[in-house]
Write a protein that binds this ligand. Structure first.
Ligand SMILES: NC(=O)c1ccc[n+]([C@@H]2O[C@H](COP(=O)([O-])OP(=O)(O)OC[C@H]3O[C@@H](n4cnc5c(N)ncnc54)[C@H](OP(=O)(O)O)[C@@H]3O)[C@@H](O)[C@H]2O)c1
Length: 290
């Protein structure tokens, strides 16, 4: 399978490198072409150029708007799409996934919606969890690709389901990060030793993959980006949109959105979402010597 890859952000770059290392013939494209050049992988200057001889095209973009823009360009590129398989791994609104599926199928292509769970480190290690919606046979044909990117792969059925599950997962992720930041800041304010607070939370009620992943970031206040505030904010907005649709009372998620909005308003949107800690520090007037 010749693979075309669109989107070389924090996730896309390590993911496509795994495919290249596994021996796939890959060619990449990224909006900021410098990232494509720096990837060391064969790259195309335009989307049209990328599509040419590729059998499978994978997109890993920011969210619904970028996905709609890129698939719009793909559909109007003039390149015949019949027989190609498109896989979108971006976290999008389920409605977007259904819309893009319709567009690709109308153009004679196959489409899979395949958002991922796990951040930069699982992406590097090929240990993501992948949720897939779309035609089962196409999914099975693409398993050779999914197996190189992920460890746990779930077939979710109809379009929209994979994205819905991904958003539900991220309500937990966002709210968990919020409550962990709150507890850590609380400990600081109360004069407890920060490392001890995290050790005890790790052995107590805070024991979680997210605390394991963010422990050092919280301790060192190292907000170098793995998963940005802008991305989780986007996901929570989609999730609350869905909740509205289902008349579902998403109390916790609503509060998490307020906290994330406050982080964005305070210029933290490009930082890792562990930077929620900064909002608590500010609100509680926590100085380092406290
Ligand atoms: N980071 C994580 O931990 C994580 C974990 C699970 C899922 N996800 C999801 O995976 C997706 C990618 O995440 P990421 O962390 O890799 O994001 P990112 O670092 O912000 O990268 C976004 C990518 O999308 C491209 N892009 C944005 N808008 C575009 C547009 N209008 N047209 C063309 N390209 C556009 C960017 O190109 P430029 O380089 O030109 O800006 C970049 O390549 C997101 O949907 C995110 O929610 C992320």
């Amino acid at each position: 399978m010749k693979v075309g890859w669109i989107g070389l952000g924090h996730m896309g770059m390590p993911m496509v490198k795994n495919l290249a290392e596994a021996g796939f013939d890959v060619r990449v494209w990224n909006r900021s072409i410098s990232k494509a050049k720096e990837s060391g992988l064969p790259y195309a200057e335009t989307i049209k150029q990328l599509l040419g001889d590729r059998d499978v095209i994978i997109t890993m973009l920011f969210g619904s708007q970028s996905v709609e823009e890129v698939y719009g360009q793909i559909a109007s590129s003039g390149v015949p799409l019949r027989g190609k398989i498109f896989i979108d791994m971006t976290t999008v609104h389920p409605e977007t996934a259904r819309k893009i599926a319709e567009l690709m199928i109308k153009n004679g292509a196959d489409f899979l919606e395949a958002p991922v769970l796990g951040s930069v480190i699982p992406a590097r290690e090929g240990k993501l969890t992948i949720l897939v919606s779309g035609d089962r046979e196409t999914y099975e044909r693409c398993m050779v690709i999914f197996e190189k990117l992920g460890k746990n792969i779930y077939y979710m059925g109809d379009y929209g389901k994979a994205s819905t599950m991904k958003l539900i997962n991220n309500t937990v992720l966002g709210s968990f990060m919020a409550v962990l930041s709150e507890a850590f800041a609380f400990g600081k304010k109360a004069g407890l030793e920060p490392e001890t607070v995290l050790d005890i939370l790790s052995n107590g009620a805070g024991k979680s993959g997210i605390l394991d992943a963010k422990r050092e970031k919280l301790l060192k206040e190292d907000y170098s980006t793995h998963f940005s505030i802008a991305l989780i904010h986007k996901d929570i907005c989609y999730a609350l949109d869905l909740a509205k649709e289902y008349h579902f009372p998403a109390f916790m998620t609503t509060q998490t959105l307020d906290l994330l909005s406050s982080a964005r308003a305070n210029g933290l949107e490009e930082k890792d979402f562990s930077a929620l800690l900064e909002i608590y520090k500010k609100l509680a007037n926590i100085k380092e010597e406290t």
